[in-house]
Write a protein that binds this ligand. Structure first.
Ligand SMILES: C[S@@+](CC[C@H](N)C(=O)[O-])C[C@H]1O[C@@H](n2cnc3c(N)ncnc32)[C@H](O)[C@@H]1O
Length: 260
């Protein structure tokens, strides 16, 4: 079951973390009043206690993580429980992990053998990554990041450059993508309307007009376009669901790519 709707004040939290950009995340990282989960733009209740389930799902989608001694890249690694869980998994399995994020965010993660920090904004650092790992990465994780890229970067260029870093057989998971088309389908259902009333603390039904006004949110059109483009470029590409046990599975899904 997704995170219980009453666990956060939806209206307040949506406003608090709306429209975050790479530069605004740098400020959150340096804000000592915030918890590690809040620094990555989430209320605590959306992540705390879910890390095991998220990592299990990420590992199922990126089987290289279950092997040993592989090259792993996390773009937008953040500083919260999931980053620490991935660091531990990679240490235990002898993977070489590279984490990309702002210097402020990376400073909140420990320095460890086998973990390389690559400070900067992707894809600005893509050439450095390609130079450092010339054989390419077996697993690339981009988790809960595409919506940030969509606000003030070019998501097509971002995914193109990430795909180019895959080793043969390597997989890229662009996971935990909030898809406003999926949200609209959910809100149009009885279960979605009930969830909305609890989450937004209102007795009003959600408004779901027949045609969505274009705004700065990812939708089916963008996600299908990214898949189509990757397939045209010779990669496999799939849009896959999250298990019901993940916190935002009712409105998020994952893009999964593979270099043949
Ligand atoms: C919602 S947080 C997710 C953090 C982590 N992946 C997780 O799920 O716990 C988004 C993160 O992506 C980083 N980010 C956003 N755009 C980025 C970019 N273009 N390159 C690298 N990091 C980026 C932000 O600084 C932030 O740490």
């Amino acid at each position: 079951m997704a995170v219980p709707p009453r666990s956060a004040d939806g209206a307040a939290e949506t406003k608090r973390f709306a429209g975050l950009t790479f530069d605004r995340y740098r400020l959150l990282a340096g804000d000592s009043t915030l918890s590690p989960t809040e620094k990555i733009g989430c209320p605590d209740s959306f992540r705390i206690g879910f890390t095991g389930a998220i990592l299990a799902d990420v590992t199922a989608k990126l089987p290289a993580l279950a092997g040993t001694g592989r090259a792993v890249l996390d773009i937008g690694i953040g500083c919260a429980e999931l980053a620490h869980g991935l660091l531990d998994l990679c240490r235990d399995r002898g993977h070489h992990l590279t984490g990309v994020d702002s210097p402020e965010m990376l400073a909140l993660l420990p320095d460890r053998p086998g973990f390389e920090k690559c400070p900067g904004r992707f894809p600005d650092v893509a050439d450095d990554l390609a130079r450092n790992v010339p054989g390419g990465f077996d697993a690339i994780i981009v988790y809960s990041v595409l919506q940030v890229v969509f606000v003030d970067q070019n998501p097509v260029h971002f995914v193109d450059r990430a795909l180019a870093l895959l080793a043969p057989g390597g997989r890229l998971l662009v996971g935990d993508v909030p898809n406003v088309s999926k949200l609209r389908r959910f809100l149009a259902s009885a279960a979605g309307a009930a969830y909305h009333r609890d989450y937004m603390r209102t007795s009003e039904m959600p408004e779901v007009p027949a045609f969505a006004a274009p705004d700065a949110r990812l939708d089916d059109g963008v996600l299908f376009g990214l898949m189509q483009r990757a397939r045209n470029a010779g990669f496999e590409a799939y849009l896959v669901p999250q298990p019901d046990g993940l916190p935002l599975a009712n409105r998020r899904e994952d893009l999964l790519f593979q270099r043949p």
